[in-house]
Write a protein that binds this ligand. Structure first.
Ligand code: ADP
Ligand code: FRU
Length: 373
């Protein structure tokens, strides 16, 4: 695996655990009416998913980072690729290129080193396609190779990707409105099993300084956090691993995770779900759910973000709106990553919050992530 961005060999990394998916993004002039038929201004593929986006941002900020999440096994032959995605199989011999607007590289078979976790790690995994005598290589399903190549180009360590024996790579159709910068996401994320506590046991915790969890499978992630807590109890202060948890989706079963991370990010969607109308209101109302000494953070789009530190003090940062709102897809993931980056560097909560809003504001002013630093 390529060395992670910006890191000296041996430097402890920041790991993000959660979703990676393919985002198929259409930039539209304005949000279309239901049952209409319009052209978009541009279209691109982007590696997405909260944890995966946060890794992109950490890498751009220069932090050595690692992604842990699930991917489907090396795909079927291209002729079956459409079937795997629930669509019509591509005709035999069809080379299913990424769309022409794709900004990513056209790589179909990631080098063996691109994604960690060789199939041998799980005996029930199908074998990775092999090179046969220098002949043509079998092509992988393009979404998987696109994701693999994109992790690699960002220098994100993927050694702990959990290869699942079944399921499809999650994929989202995203509409970004040029008129408002809003993003509307429809995600297909139904049948790929999540990373388990057992997968997480293989992580050598001494190599990480911070592990961030995007809340998805609470019971398993609770066990992963317990493992980190046990490690921390036995480790000297400078070898401890800091933890954070993001609760974005208002799903009841995820709530126990609020009581687990040292830093807890809650989304405005979750806050609204509980009836709160602002970030400070949500922090005051939900503070009882976090563990003593933890920090609770809530971002609120153009209103910036608020946080409640371990000392019970409320801190606030205004947003840094760009001249034009261009693309808010992944603004929250950018904010989380930038806050984690700053806190991991030892900066104060106020500084970290301001930095998070500044970087997230820049992200809202550009398509994608290139240009946030
Ligand atoms: P999400 O992408 O999860 O919906 P938010 O909308 O809460 O995340 O935004 C996260 C951060 O991104 C905010 O705290 C803010 O700093 C920045 N941000 C998002 N939308 C805007 C906006 N319209 N104007 C300025 N900053 C924004
Ligand atoms: C942005 C994002 C997208 C993805 C969706 C998943 O925050 O991670 O990249 O399609 O959310 O919910």
């Amino acid at each position: 695996m390529a060395a992670a961005a910006g890191g000296a060999a041996g430097e402890r990394r920041i790991m993000c655990v959660g979703l990676v998916c393919l985002d198929i993004i259409s930039v539209v002039e304005a949000f279309p009416a239901e049952d209409s038929d319009t052209r978009c201004l541009s279209q691109r593929w982007q590696r997405g998913g909260n944890a995966s986006n946060s890794c992109t941002v950490l890498a751009l900020l220069g932090a050595p980072c690692a992604f842990m999440g699930s991917l489907a096994p090396p795909g079927p032959p291209l002729s079956k690729c459409g079937a795997e995605w629930g669509g019509t199989p591509a005709p035999a011999g069809h080379r299913a290129d990424p769309p022409r607007h794709s900004t990513g590289p056209s790589v179909f078979l990631p080098p063996a080193s691109t994604l960690g976790a060789p199939p041998a790690r799980r005996s029930r995994l199908p074998a990775r396609p092999r090179r046969s005598g220098g002949g043509p290589q079998p092509a992988l399903c393009p979404p998987l190779s696109f994701i693999a190549a994109d992790f690699q180009r960002r220098g994100v360590d993927t050694a702990h990707v959990a290869w699942q024996p079944r399921g499809a790579v999650p994929c989202a159709c995203c509409l970004v409105s040029a008129a408002s910068g809003s993003r509307t996401i429809v995600l297909h994320d139904t049948n790929l099993p999540d990373v388990t506590a057992r997968d997480f046991e293989r992580v050598d915790l001494s190599r990480y300084r911070w592990i961030h969890f995007e809340a998805r499978n609470a019971a398993e992630q609770g066990a992963m956090l317990e493992r980190v807590e046990r490690h921390n109890r036995a480790a000297p202060p400078e070898r401890r691993v800091r933890t954070s948890v993001e609760l974005e989706k208002p799903r009841e079963e995820l709530l126990p995770l609020m009581g687990r991370g040292q830093v807890v990010f809650i989304s405005k969607d979750l806050a609204r779900h509980f009836g709160y109308q602002s970030a400070p209101e949500a922090l005051r109302g939900l503070r009882g759910h976090i563990q003593p000494g933890a920090t609770l953070i809530c971002a609120w789009a153009e209103e910036g973000a608020d946080a409640l530190g371990p000392d019970g003090q409320l801190v606030h940062s205004d947003a840094f709106p760009p001249e034009t709102l261009v693309d808010t897809l992944g603004a929250g993931d950018t904010f989380n990553a930038a806050v984690i980056f700053a806190l991991a560097e030892g900066r104060s909560l106020q500084d970290a919050l301001t930095f998070g809003c500044r970087i997230a504001g820049r992200k809202c002013g550009i398509q994608g992530f290139d240009g946030i630093v």
